[in-house]
Design a protein. Structure first.
Lengths: 353, 192
């Protein structure tokens, strides 16, 4: 067979790549319609492109996608963004302004002392009410603020995501995971924690740890709401995506874990009911029952967005129940299934005990 | 000053469906926005990287880096209705940097050991592939990425040049040689 030849064949590719424009393109298009060699070339180029467009896709399995998604969001959440100096200064001034407003509001609301003094700890700015009794310490590379009485407004600049500020409270401690929050103590008790930015973990003696996210306020006298939020946690103001702080965290927390309170419309209602029932058992202190319910949830709803939470909470429930062997088995299962899970570090710690 | 990612709050509608809206939220540091962007485009980015790298082991890391880079650059997004070409462009740039960074190292390692690292040996994977995939994998990574950007992702030559940081003439040359080599390889397969 004799190959078709035309001195203008190269223009077929030039047209495809946008190198022919205007009059030249119009001329070649007319030529193309009449020239078998050039139209053959144009078809050949298109067939190569078509072959590339239909290359088989090796889609990763759903679990892999979820793991990668979680890894991405965790990395983004923990990323330290270093804006330009000017932006930083502007952001800092805005932050201070907002902080001052928030603090003023807090003072008015809680009838705290109006006088304020500012102290700059190495990585944190602490604003204290005039009546506040507090001190600042640093040991083993960890910053510790001790509050005995009054209100502190704290803004933290983290040199690294792993170095957290700890606020020692009269009845527990508060670990800063985020950046801006207010804490009030009175008569030997913590009475209020309000998080403006980032998140904190509140650990009070004899009570379950509570992770408090930006926009939420924890107060000591609020009645527990076991099905949706840990004791005393109320959103203020209500966000567009209602978020609930993670429940029990018996061995400390690295990253707080959040889930949506309202079931999404595409979630099967039985999954939501099952999760709520498991949470109710968990919050009610029936750890064995909670563990069984979370286990069932993971088996029956493996693709539900709360499956990872359920797997983690099962480990916690078994930990609380003192079921060491079962807890270790559940922990191993969690780690196998979610090697990059949000709660990996905590599960490993529990498992090692 | 350090700023941490925040979750969305306030009165914003929960479903901001347009890409520019998602990127605006992402620029403000909203974690949810990154999740939405990932859900929408991770498959496209992965597909491009998988074919462009011949299924290298680090595709996951490259996808990850693409979205993190997008998050950092979200404020500079130009507002086009679809950000897919923009994301693919970021992926292509990361691919180029990776090639530059590791190219020398791999060449030295290969010459020292007189063979290529096992992770980069394409033979086992190639056996399970179609003719087109096998042929594509035999192109250089630069040509392969350029060809995929043009023919699969639909980027124009100026867009490819911008994404890869090369002159437009280089893009045209790469496209021409890539097509010629690919056609020759496919004809080889069709031959007796």
């Amino acid at each position: 067979m004799t190959a078709l030849r035309c001195p203008r064949t190269f223009e077929a590719e030039a047209m495809r790549d946008g190198r022919l424009v205007g009059v030249e393109r119009a001329r070649f298009e007319r030529h193309l319609a009449a020239c078998p060699a050039c139209s053959h070339e144009a078809r050949a180029l298109e067939s190569v492109a078509e072959a590339l467009r239909v290359l088989p896709e090796r889609t990763p399995d759903e679990l892999h996608v979820r793991r990668e998604r979680t890894r991405l969001l965790a990395a983004f959440d923990g990323a330290l963004v270093q804006p330009e100096r000017r932006k930083a200064a502007r952001a800092w001034s805005y932050g201070l302004g907002a902080a001052a407003l928030a603090f003023t509001g807090a003072l008015v609301s809680w009838r705290a002392q109006p006088a304020v003094h500012l102290a700059k700890a190495s990585g944190a700015v602490v604003r204290a009410s005039g009546a506040a009794v507090w001190s600042e310490h640093r040991d083993a590379g960890r910053e510790r603020v001790v509050i005995e009485q009054g209100t502190l407004f704290i803004h933290v600049e983290h040199p690294s995501v792993v170095e957290h500020l700890v606020v020692a409270l009269p009845d527990g401690e508060l670990e800063d995971v985020g950046t801006t929050f207010t804490v009030t103590a009175a008569e030997g008790h913590t009475t209020l924690v309000m998080v403006r930015e980032g998140s904190v973990v509140l650990r009070l003696r004899g009570r379950l740890p509570v992770a408090i996210r930006a926009g939420y306020t924890w107060t000591a006298n609020t009645e527990p709401t076991p099905l949706s939020a840990p004791a005393g946690l109320t959103p203020a103001p209500a966000p567009a995506f209602p978020l609930v702080a993670a429940p029990a965290d018996p061995v400390g927390s690295t990253l707080p874990r959040f889930t949506r309170t309202a079931p999404r419309s595409d979630e099967p209602s039985d999954a939501s009911a099952a999760f709520r029932a498991a949470m109710a058992a968990f919050d009610g202190g029936d750890s064995r029952d909670a563990a069984a319910r979370f286990s069932r949830f993971v088996v029956e709803h493996p693709r539900d967005p709360r499956a990872e939470d359920a797997a983690y909470l099962r480990v916690v429930a078994l930990f609380r129940a003192g079921a060491g062997t079962d807890m270790k088995e559940a922990a191993e299962r969690y780690l196998r299934r979610y090697p990059n899970g949000f709660r990996r570090a905590e599960v490993e710690r529990m498992s090692a005990r | 000053m350090i700023r941490r990612a925040i979750l969305s709050s306030g009165t914003r509608a929960p479903e901001a469906t347009s890409d520019p809206a998602i990127l605006r939220r992402l620029a403000e540091g909203e974690l949810d926005a990154l999740g939405e962007l990932y859900d929408r485009y991770h498959a496209y980015v992965r597909r491009f990287l998988t074919h462009a790298t011949s299924d290298a082991d680090d595709v996951d890391d490259l996808v990850h880096a693409t979205f993190l880079t997008a998050a950092q650059c979200a404020a500079r997004y130009d507002g086009r209705p679809s950000c897919r070409p923009w994301l693919i462009g970021i992926a292509a740039q990361l691919l180029r940097r990776r090639r530059r960074a590791f190219g020398t190292f791999l060449a030295v390692a290969a010459s020292l050991r007189n063979h290529r690292a096992a992770a980069f040996d394409p033979r086992p994977a190639l056996q399970a592939r179609s003719d087109v995939e096998r042929a594509l994998s035999r192109l250089s990574e630069a040509k392969r990425a350029t060809l995929l950007l043009a023919e699969v992702e639909g980027l124009s030559c100026p867009e490819i040049a911008a994404a890869l940081g090369v002159p437009i003439g280089t893009v045209w040359t790469r496209l021409h040689t890539a097509r010629r080599e690919l056609r020759a390889l496919l004809e080889e397969n069709d031959g007796p």
